[in-house]
Write a protein that binds this ligand. Sequence first.
Ligand SMILES: Nc1ncnc2c1ncn2[C@@H]1O[C@H](COP(=O)(O)OP(=O)(O)OP(=O)(O)O)[C@@H](O)[C@H]1O
Ligand SMILES: [Mg+2]
Length: 359
Amino acid sequence: MADVSLRSVSKRFGKVSAITELSIDIADGEFVVLLGPTGAGKSTTLRLIAGLEKPDQGTVFIGGQDMTTSAPSQRDVSFVFQQYSLYPHLSVRDNLAFPLKSPAHDLNAVQINARVEYVAQLVQIDHKLDNRSTALSGGEMQRVAIGRALVRDPAIFLMDEPLSSLDAKLRGDLRVELKRIQTELGATLLYVTHDQIEAMTMADRIGILNDGQLVQLGTPREIYENPLNIHVAARLGQPTINLLPVQAIAGIKAPDLASIMGIRTEHLDVMDTQTTGTSGAPDAIGRDLPQSDASALDTVAKLDRVEFLGDQNRLHLSIGEHRLVTLGDGDIEYRVQPGSTLHVRARNALYFDEAGNRV
Ligand SMILES: Nc1ncnc2c1ncn2[C@@H]1O[C@H](COP(=O)(O)OP(=O)(O)OP(=O)(O)O)[C@@H](O)[C@H]1O
Ligand SMILES: [Mg+2]
C-alpha cells in the first residue's frame, strides 16, 4: 500500500466549487474517513484521487509520486462506488476475479482462484461463489462489490459510501467487518460517508468536509472533544449537541466573545427539583453525578417529553424558549412526569462566537 497526499487541490464544475484548496495526507496503512453532508464534495475528492476527474489546480501524490495528470489505470487505486455495479451476467466468483484478469496482473488461474477464495472468506460471501451476481440480496451484492475492490493489492482503497444502501443491522455488521479487514490487510483506505457512526467507529482520523473545504482533521476523539466550530460540533454526537445562546442560563461566566454554548447530552445532568444535587450522590433519574466543578452551570428546565428508545430515554427539555435533549435511564417516566420542573446541571460547555467559531 502507499501514502496519498493532496496539495491545495481545487475543482469546479461550472459555477460550483466542488472542492476548494483541499490538502490532506493519508499515511500508509491509515483508515481516513471524510465525513460531510450531501454535496460536500466527498465523491469528487475520491474521483480526483482516482483520476476520474482532473483538478483545476493542485497536486495529487500517490506513493510519493506526482500523479496529477496520470490516467486512472496508472494510479493503482481500487474504488468501491456509491452505486455499486456488478457484472450481472457473471457469477460472484467471476465478478471477484475480474480485476485480476487485466493484463496489468500476471497471475495464473490457480493464483487468481486462491486470491478470490481468500477475499470471499474475508467478506463472507464464500458460500455464494457460484451464484449469479443478480441472485443475491442487496447486502450480499455489496459484499461482492467490496470484495472486488479487495482482491487487488492497490496503493489505496477508495470507498464511496459503500454501506449507505443497506439496512441498519447489516450496516452495523459490515462496519465492524470492514474495520477488521482493513486492519488485517494493513490497507490504506479513504472512505467517505455522511454517517457519523461509521466515521467514529472505523476511522483512525476523520476529516470534516463542508462546502468543498476540509474544516477539521483529527482522531475521532479530538474532533468530538475539541471541535473548531459549531458545524463540526454538530456533525458528531447522537443526539446532536445542545446549542443555546449564552444568555439562556443566568449568571454564567462565559468567555468574552462567546455568543453560543454547546452542551453535549452526556454533560447535561438532570435532577428533579426536590433533590439538592449533592455531588457524587445518585441523581433523581439514577445517574451517578460526577463531582461538581467550578465551571458547572446550574439552572432549571421543564421536561417536555420523554422519548422511549428501549436502551435509553431521551429527555426533551426546555429552558425558556430553548430546547435541549439529554438522556435518562430506562424507567424515568415512572418517576418524573412531563411538565415537571427539573434542576439541570451542565458541564464542559463549549463556547462559540457569533460566526460559530470556537472561543
Ligand atoms: N459532474 C458534475 N457536474 C456538475 N456538478 C457536479 C458534478 N459532480 C459533482 N458536482 C457538484 O459538486 C458538488 C460536490 O459533489 P459531490 O458528488 O462530490 O458531493 P458528495 O459529497 O459526494 O455528495 P453525496 O453525499 O450526495 O454523494 C455538488 O454541488 C455537485 O452538485
Ligand atoms: Mg457522493
